[in-house]
Design a protein around this ligand. Structure first.
Ligand code: NAD
Ligand code: DAU
Length: 385
C-alpha cells in the first residue's frame, strides 16, 4: 500500500499544469523520499516553469524526472507505468469554453488517453499477478464535479447519476467510467476524485479568477457571463492537491470521492471580492452573452471524504488574498501565459461578446450596477458556507 511506503515511485501525468504542478511541488517539498516522474504533453496549458521550484532544489531534483509526452501514446506510457507504484492522472484539456469551441482534443486526451493509461496499468496488474512485480500499480483518476451536471438544489453524492452537459464534462465522465469499468472487469486498483472549482497560484489566466485578476490589473473589461448568478464552490489548489494525495494513500479501491470547496457562492460575489481586494472598480465588469449550456450550480456533499479523514484547510478569503498576491508578484509568469495563441483565443472567445455588451450598455442605462446585496469584500450573498 502506498500509504506505508515513503519511497513510492509516482507517475504524475499532466503534472506541469495548474493542479498537477501544485501536487508535485507539495509532495516533493515533504522530502520523504517519494520519487516523481511527470509525463506531460506541454499543451498551451502546461508549463515547465510551474515545476521550477522542484527542479531548482538539488535534493528534490534528484528524486524527480520530467518526460514530455502524450498519455494517448502507448509507447511513451508503457515503460513509465512499468516503473511506477502509482499513477496520478491530472492530464486533460480542462477549459469548458475551449471544449465548446473545439471538442476533439478533449476526447483524445480524456477518453483515448485514459484508455491508454488503463491498458498500461492492466498490463502491470497482470505482471504482478504472475509474480513479475511485487504489487500492481494504483491509478488515481482526477475527475470533476461537472460530471454531475447542473445541480439546481441539494448536494451531489458519489452515487448520484452522472449528467454531464459540456463536451469537457462528457469527456471527464467517460474517462472516469472507463476507469471504473477496468476496476470491475479486470480488477485494476483504481480510485477517483471529483474536485470542485479550484483556484490559486499558477492558475492559467483563461479561467474566471485569474482572467479577472489579470484583466483588472491591466484595467481591462471583465466579461461576466449571463447574469453572473451561477454558483460554484471554490477550492484552494493546495487543498485539492492534498485531498488527492489523501485518497491516493487511503482511498478504497474502486471508490469515488467528492472533493468539495469551502466557499459556495455566485460568480458576482467572487468578482466583487476580488475587485475589492485589488482596489479596482465594479465598472470594469461587462455582462456578456452567456456560455452555451452554462451549468447554473455545482454543489457536492463531502461526507465520504471527511469520513476518510480529510477536510479543507484554506478559507476562501485567505486563499483569494494569497492568489492575488501571487499574481501581483509573478507578472512575468502570467504575461507569458497570455502570449502565443492567447490573442487568437481571446479574440474568438470575447471580442464579439464585449462589443455587444458595450453596444447594449450604450443603448440602455449604461453598465449594470454593482449588485446591491454584495458589497465589495463582503462575504457570500447567501447561498452557502
Ligand atoms: P490544466 O489545463 O492547468 O493542466 C492540464 C495539464 O495536462 C497540462 O500540463 C497539459 O499540458 C497536460 N496535458 C493535456 N493533455 C495531455 C496529454 N494528452 N498528455 C499529457 N499531458 C497532457 O488543468 P488543471 O486545472 O490543472 O486540471 C487538472 C485536472 O483536474 C484535469 O483532469 C481537470 O479535469 C481536473 N479538475 C480541474 C479542476 C479545476 O477547477 N481546475 C477542478 C476539478 C477537476
Ligand atoms: O467545477 C470544476 C471545474 O471548474 C473543472 O472541472 C474545470 O476544469 C475548471 O475549468 C472549472 O470549470 P468552470 O467552467 O466552472 O470554470 P471557469 O473558470 O471557466 O468558470 C467559472 C465560472 O465563471 C463559470 O460559471 C463561468 C464563469 N465565467 C468564466 C469565464 C472564463 C465568466 O462569467 N466569464 C469568463 O470569462
Amino acid at each position: 500500500m502506498i500509504a506505508a511506503d515513503p519511497t513510492a515511485r509516482l507517475l504524475v501525468t499532466g503534472g506541469a499544469g495548474f493542479i498537477g504542478s501544485c501536487y508535485v511541488r507539495d509532495v516533493m517539498a515533504r522530502r520523504d523520499g517519494t520519487r516523481i516522474t511527470v509525463l506531460d504533453k506541454l499543451t498551451y496549458a502546461g508549463n515547465r516553469a510551474n515545476l521550477a521550484p522542484v527542479e531548482a532544489d538539488a535534493e528534490q531534483a534528484a528524486r524527480f524526472a520530467f518526460v514530455r509526452g502524450d498519455i494517448a501514446d502507448p509507447a511513451a506510457v508503457g515503460p513509465l507505468v512499468a516503473d511506477a507504484d502509482a499513477v496520478v492522472n491530472f492530464a486533460a484539456e480542462s477549459h469548458v469554453d475551449r471544449s465548446i469551441l473545439d471538442p476533439a482534443a478533449f476526447l483524445r486526451t480524456g477518453v483515448d488517453g485514459v484508455h491508454v493509461l488503463l491498458e498500461a496499468v492492466r498490463r502491470e496488474t497482470e505482471r504482478a499477478a504472475a509474480g513479475m512485480r511485487s504489487r500492481p500499480p494504483r491509478l488515481l483518476q482526477v475527475s470533476t464535479d461537472e460530471v454531475y451536471g447542473s445541480v439546481e438544489d441539494g448536494f451531489s453524492r458519489e452515487g448520484d447519476a452522472l449528467a454531464p452537459r459540456s463536451p469537457y464534462a462528457a469527456a471527464k465522465a467517460a474517462g472516469e467510467l472507463l476507469a471504473r469499468s477496468y476496476h470491475v472487469t479486470y480488477g485494476l486498483d483504481v480510485v477517483i476524485t471529483r474536485g470542485s472549482n479550484t483556484y490559486g497560484p499558477y492558475h492559467h489566466p483563461e479561467k474566471l479568477i485569474p482572467l479577472f485578476v489579470t484583466n483588472a490589473l491591466d484595467d481591462r473589461p471583465l466579461p461576466l457571463y449571463g447574469d453572473g448568478m451561477q454558483v460554484r464552490d471554490w477550492l484552494y489548489v493546495a487543498d485539492h492537491a492534498a485531498a488527492i494525495d489523501h485518497v491516493l494513500r487511503r482511498g478504497t479501491s474502486g471508490e469515488v470521492y467528492n472533493v468539495p470547496g469551502s466557499h459556495h457562492v455566485p460568480n458576482r460575489d467572487v468578482v466583487a471580492q476580488l475587485l475589492a481586494h485589488l482596489g479596482k472598480p465594479w465598472s470594469l465588469v461587462r455582462f456578456v452573452e452567456d456560455r452555451p449550456g452554462h451549468d447554473r450550480r455545482y454543489a457536492m456533499d463531502g461526507a465520504k471524504l471527511a469520513l476518510l479523514g480529510w477536510t479543507n484547510r484554506v478559507a476562501f478569503a485567505d486563499g483569494l488574498a494569497a492568489t492575488i498576491d501571487w499574481f501581483r508578484a509573478n507578472e512575468a509568469w502570467w504575461r507569458a501565459a497570455r502570449s502565443g495563441e492567447w490573442d487568437a483565443y481571446y479574440e474568438r472567445q470575447y471580442a464579439g461578446r464585449l462589443a455587444n455588451a458595450d453596444a447594449a450598455a450604450r443603448a440602455t442605462t449604461g453598465a449594470e450596477a454593482e449588485p446591491a446585496d454584495v458589497a465589495p469584500g463582503s462575504p457570500s450573498a447567501g447561498t452557502g458556507a
